[in-house]
Design a protein around this ligand. Structure first.
Ligand code: THU
Length: 159
C-alpha cells in the first residue's frame, strides 16, 4: 500500500482516475448525496466505468465499483488489472479518499480469482492531494472465494 498525490502517479493511472472522475458525475444519489465513480482497466486495455445508483429501498442501491463490474460483465469482460475510485459528498470537502465497501471488496475479489490477478486499487480524493494505491490482497486479506468452494471458473474466462 502506498500513499502519494495524483501527479506522482503514472500518466496512465492519472488518466484512469480522470475517467472515474467523469463517471462520478453520473451518480444517482438523491439519498446520500455521495458521488462515487469507478473505472476498471481490463487486461485488454479497455476502460469500463461505473457510478453509484441508489434506490428508495436503500438496500437495493449499488456502489460504483459493483456497477462497473456488472457493466463489464455485460460487455463480456471479466479480467482486470486495475480499478480507480474517486468519491465525495456534495456538501463536504473531500480530503479523504473513498475506499471500497466490504461488499465491493468481496465482489472485486471474485474478479481476482477469475483472472488470477491481484487487482490494483487506486483511490483518489477529488483534489488529487491524496491517493492511496493498494492491492486487493491488502484490502481483503484471508478472503473467501470461488476456489474455497472448489469452483471451476474456466468457462467464465478464469484459470
Ligand atoms: N458508495 C460507493 O459507490 N462505493 C463505495 O466504495 C462506498 C460507498 C456509495 C454507495 C451509496 O450510494 C453512497 O456511496 C453512500 O454510501
Amino acid at each position: 500500500m502506498k500513499q502519494c498525490n495524483l501527479l506522482q502517479l503514472s500518466e496512465a493511472d492519472q488518466a484512469l482516475i480522470a475517467i472515474a472522475s467523469k463517471a462520478m458525475k453520473t451518480a444517482y444519489n438523491p439519498y446520500s448525496k455521495f458521488h462515487v465513480g469507478a473505472a476498471l482497466l481490463s487486461t485488454q486495455g479497455e476502460h469500463v466505468v461505473g457510478s453509484n445508483v441508489e434506490n428508495a429501498a436503500y438496500g437495493s442501491s449499488i456502489c460504483a465499483e459493483r456497477s462497473a463490474i456488472v457493466s463489464a460483465n455485460a460487455l463480456g469482460k471479466r479480467s482486470f488489472e486495475k480499478i480507480a475510485l474517486i468519491g465525495r459528498h456534495e456538501d463536504f470537502s473531500a480530503t479523504e479518499v473513498t475506499a471500497p465497501c466490504g461488499s465491493c471488496r468481496q465482489m472485486l475479489y471474485e474478479s481476482c480469482q477469475i483472472s488470477g490477478i491481484d487487482l490494483t486499487v487506486i483511490m483518489s480524493n477529488t483534489d488529487g492531494s491524496k491517493v492511496i494505491v493498494a492491492k486487493m490482497s491488502e484490502l481483503l486479506p484471508l478472503a473467501f472465494g470461488p476456489r474455497d468452494l472448489g469452483i471451476d471458473l474456466s468457462k467464465y474466462g478464469g484459470q
